[in-house]
Design a binder for this molecule. Sequence first.
Ligand SMILES: [Zn+2]
Length: 310
Amino acid sequence: MRTGSASGGGGRLAAVAVVVVLGLLGAGFLLGQLTGGRDPVAKRDSPAPDRPSRARLAPPPARMPPPLPPREQPVSGPNHPPLPAEQGGPFGSRFTTGTPEVALTFDDGPHPQWTPQVLTMLADYGVKATFCLVGTKAAKYPQLVRDIAAAGHTLCNHSWDHDMALGMRDEQAVLADLERANAAIRAAVPGARISYFRQPGGFWSKRVVEAAHRLGMTSLHWRVDPQDWDSSPAYRIASDVNSQTVPGAIVLLHDGGGDRRSTLAALRTILPHLLTRFHLAALPPGRDAPRESESADSDARGGGNRWFPN
Ligand SMILES: [Zn+2]
């Protein structure tokens, strides 16, 4: 009897086990049907860890330190002293600010689509920068030149028509080109101080640096070049700038000369990131001191300096 009873109990246990197993299998099947087997596909679709993803463009995580507090002394503007000497760049051009401040520079504009967006983004973050303007573009879009100057950014000459061979031309041709670009900028912003020149393509020569110097301009190379002009994706531009920028770096970016969507997307990452590590400043007026420039402009034009009253 014990055996029978035992075997009867074992049968009940087996039956219960079968029901439980079937129930589990059924639930698993049902779940599979409900999810439609999407999970494995979703996993395949998610990017591999070493693949670029949009997540890299997201704002920095909350654990990043807050932006540096504002300085008591202005780091740019009409009363800021000229840049300290530095002859590190090609042919005596400079590639750092010579101070701890980092300078963002934007070349090849102004451009009606991209420049206003760059200006808005810089304003959102309270950052002043330097714009290297092409003369033909300044002549075509004078209001944009006025917008740049009115926002307190520094102006830089980027040649009349982005002549990459300018450095090989004779001295008179170089001077005429640079003067023509300056005239276009000053036609938009009377009395504008233009203290910097950047050779298109970075194809510097001794002659072009000397010509810029004769016209009161410091030749401006760069320290960080993320090649945003070369269809670089935003994540690459941002990671290059954020990883290569050191105190005093001049950073080369573009607000003209092509599709600048990637630069704009990258700026959304670059600006908050750099602001936690550096003071970002427009380059100061340079070696033509405010009073010299103002009196020269006033003498030449018979009027005051509208944009730089000091
Ligand atoms: Zn350029």
